[in-house]
Design a protein around this ligand. Structure first.
Ligand SMILES: Nc1ncnc2c1ncn2[C@@H]1O[C@H](COP(=O)(O)OP(=O)(O)O)[C@@H](O)[C@H]1O
Ligand SMILES: [Mg+2]
Length: 271
């Protein structure tokens, strides 16, 4: 019997709605899954054939501790995604080093760019935390300086309003094979409720998006049980990478009938 940990966090609201779906699919494939908190001091990671990192949604405030845990767990079981991937992927400065087009990004409050509208966000973040959208250049610069004063790296980008028209496209790859893709709602548009943010619709990616997503994955060596490639378009229509989610992405598994089976199959291939 194969036993895998489904790595989660101490979630008071129980809002990981993909967990039961995944565990049921594993069970059908003969994989016993157990939900375990990444920071559970009692957890014996060596007892698992693999530990699959999923809803670790509290790592942002405790990144160093989380990365240290990943290396520890990864030394006694098969951690997916691997610790080295998690270490690199939890700080968005990785975007600077990828050989693919990304959203134009300025990385400090100095030499401040001049754009119509700004997005300013920290390099270590998730769920648009500490992220602002403003057309006030001084306010944008002040937010960037505040992040720096806190010892964080700011990311300053032009606001790309196509996220409200065509929308952001997320491509889901399991063991490097495309499973499905969705169109996501704009998180920084006014009047977005929590429910709007979670909503997405299945979408067929365009050829130029597929081409870019494959290039993005080719930049990352090693086992990738799951990868979510988030793409947007510049005003001239070119697709660019906004984020590569290799740590704790929501996988939009209920949006495509085949998705959870694709994930389970990919896990079987990597075990
Ligand atoms: N430059 C941008 N232009 C338009 N929308 C943006 C921009 N940057 C971020 N957003 C919005 O904020 C969301 C979160 O930003 P993202 O960079 O993906 O960080 P994270 O998901 O880790 O918080 C995106 O999904 C998108 O909706
Ligand atoms: Mg994102």
């Amino acid at each position: 019997m194969t036993i895998c940990a489904y790595v989660t966090f101490d979630d008071p609201d129980g809002n990981d709605d993909e967990r039961e779906l995944v565990l049921a699919s594993w069970r059908e494939a003969g994989i016993e899954g157990r939900a375990v908190r990444w920071d559970d001091p009692e957890a014996d990671w060596s007892a698992f054939d693999a530990a699959v990192v999923r809803s670790v949604w509290d790592y942002v405030e405790r990144r160093a501790e989380f990365v240290a845990w990943a290396h520890r767990a990864g030394s006694v079981t098969k951690l997916l995604n691997p610790a080295a991937v998690i270490e690199a992927n939890t700080d968005k400065t990785y975007l600077r080093d990828m050989g693919v087009p990304i959203v134009p990004t300025h990385w400090s409050s100095g030499d401040f760019p001049q754009w119509d509208e700004y997005v300013v966000k920290p390099a270590i973040s998730a769920g648009a935390k500490a992220t602002i959208r403003t057309s006030d250049r001084a306010a944008a610069k002040a937010h960037a300086a505040k992040l720096e004063a806190e010892g964080r790296t700011p990311m300053i980008q032009p606001y790309l309003d196509m996220v409200e028209a065509e929308g952001e496209t997320s491509l889901l790859y399991f063991n490097r094979v495309l499973s499905h893709a969705v169109r996501r709602n704009p998180m920084l548009a006014p009047g977005q409720t929590q429910a709007d943010l979670a909503r997405a619709e299945l979408r067929t990616p365009a050829p130029d998006q597929l081409e870019l997503a494959e290039k993005v994955l080719a930049e990352v060596p090693g086992d990738l049980l799951y990868a979510r490639v988030d793409l947007v378009r510049l005003p001239d229509g070119r697709p660019v990478l906004i984020e590569l989610e290799l740590t704790e992405p929501y996988l939009f598994l209920s949006h495509s009938e085949a998705a959870v089976g694709n994930l389970t199959r990919a896990l079987g291939e990597l075990l």
